[in-house]
Ligand binder design. Sequence first.
Ligand code: COA
Length: 475
Amino acid sequence: MGTKKKAKSRAVVKKATTKKVVKLKAKKPAAKAQNGVPRPSAKPWGQAGRALDGVRILDFTHVQSGPTCTQLLAYMGADVIKVERPGIGDITRGQLRDVKGADSLYFTMLNGSKRSITIDSKHPKGKEILDRLVKQCDVLVENFAPGALDRMGLTWEHIHKLNPRMIVASVKGFGPGPYEDCKVYENVAQCAGGAASTTGFRDGPPLVTGAQIGDSGTGLHLGLGIVSALYQRLRTGRGQRVLCAMQDGVLNLARVKLRDQQRLKAGPLTEYSQYGEGIPFGAATPRAGNDSGGGQPGWILKCKGWENDPDAYIYFITQAPVWGAICDLIGRPEWKTDPDYAAPPARLPRLRMIFDTIEAWTKTKTKFEVMDICNKHDIPVGPILSMKEIAEEPSLRATGTVVEVDHPTRGPYLTVGNPIKLSDSPPDVRRSPLLGEHTEEILRKVLGYSEKDVAEIKLSGAITAPDKPAKAEAA
Ligand code: COA
């Protein structure tokens, strides 16, 4: 019996090893390379695999910033192995639950197309499994509080020694400096990155935005860092650390406001409506309400039905080249030649009144009617779409930007698919994994553990919740 088991376990290891060899072989270009560059694939577009096929990610992320990044990499074809704490998992599984006992939408919409393995990273056996994973993966992604990864024993030195090709990518709240040890959530980053001080109305408090520019925005930055490091590794053969601080990511997205900060030295910001209203500027970039951030003035205007519909509004841009068309549409053709309105600088002190006049027209039409009419004249406008309208929009479903996936415990749900469209890499948008759904599969097929090993691991408590040691079915 024992010998039989040993033979079986050897077979499993061999199978796993063979698979790894196959994986390594598959990385070589199929067609003969010329000057080190593979020949163009002869396969039809979209049938030559996915962009990140062959890249394996050790995903130690939680909450939003890190998971956003690894979900995108999974959509691009990477094999993302999400490591979660036994019995608990990513804390978001249980946060903002809408279906009793099922993983929340918070979790499911940020962890699609991944595999889940539960490992207690502080358990000796858990550490051993993690070391094996480090050897088998290309990238480790994490967004723990500063120092947490080191406390698990996964220091850069340790990882680099085990696998010199490993890229270690981290999201932290702040980069090196006075706040580097702080824990940070979305809105802290929005405030520290300059977005909140420049969002909202001049006479109101700073405002955070609903778009998660601190979390998802930084996850996007990290994704770019990872792909760049993978590309550099092709030349150098070695991994590197990639760090994205949420403060930096938000600032990068708010860079036009730092532009305006510097412009203040040269005088008032004439495109801000505060200029037209004769209100002096202070020392810092002010909040600008719904002013556009560019050189073409814009504002949000009411449309038909605004009294009862909180989203019956449109963003209207008075782009200079179409000023004549705007004047005709709103019944003010005389503004085309009136020196107080004809040229953009003349309009700046009158923007409030101009937008009030345009609004008198938009209020007679629905936001979609305004959109249809204006687009015929190349006037840039944007209807304020509610999340309900977005969820129901057929064109977003058709492009795979909004995707419905099925889930074994919660049923179908909507998720945001891959917003980045690659013409030769079809997106891979699948449901999120259940907690530990792929633990045994990964132990056996990725790490080469035998049936006996897996049984021992299960008994050790390294992959199960501390108070619930697994029944040793396989033992
Ligand atoms: N097994 C055992 N322990 C595990 C584990 C596992 N599989 N996974 C995580 N843990 C432990 C960690 O080792 C750590 O323990 P330690 O502090 O004793 O070393 C702990 O769980 C969790 O770490 P932490 O990151 O501090 O979680 P938190 O819930 O207290 O803080 C954040 C959450 C988001 C504030 C913090 O992680 C953070 O600031 N991250 C960086 C910035 C960021 O990404 N923020 C945006 C989140 S959307």
